[in-house]
Write a protein that binds this ligand. Structure first.
Ligand code: 5GP
Ligand code: ZN
Length: 114
């Protein structure tokens, strides 16, 4: 989608600090990091929110989570701990309408979230 910032990052139109790219997903550092490690893992195809996933996306979601875990490991977070979170809709604070999973780590993370 031409007006989607994450589609534009995936296509290379907009620069980002890329961590990983394969045929299904792209991962890049958040421009406004909330922790020492803050990476966004996104599907290469535009899906607006978790509400729009279908049964055909099960492998995709599994791959996103696996990719997040691999990046956490490469960032040295496997033993320390990390968080993977996806905000869906207004009350969760979703601000970009292209599914993204946040990988956060590198500091003690509070719970419950705000
Ligand atoms: P949300 O609030 O939707 O869960 O998360 C959106 C995230 O995307 C935010 O953490 C925000 O900082 C990040 N973000 C928004 N625009 C850009 C951008 O152009 N580049 C990068 N790298 N991150 C972005
Ligand atoms: Zn998009």
């Amino acid at each position: 989608m031409a007006d989607c910032i994450f589609c534009r990052i995936i296509s290379g139109d907009v620069p980002a600090d890329m961590i990983h790219k394969d045929e299904m997903v792209t991962a890049f550092r958040d421009v406004n990091p909330q922790a020492p490690t803050h990476v966004l893992i996104v599907p290469n195809k535009h899906i607006a929110s978790l509400n729009d996933l279908t049964g055909e996306d099960k492998a995709l979601v599994g791959h996103i989570v696996q990719t997040a875990v691999q990046i956490a490991s490469s960032e040295g977070l496997a033993e320390r701990g990390f968080r993977v979170v996806a905000n869906c809709g207004p009350e969760a604070g979703q601000s970009v309408d292209h599914i993204h999973f946040h990988l956060l780590g590198g500091r003690a993370l509070g719970w419950p979230p705000g």
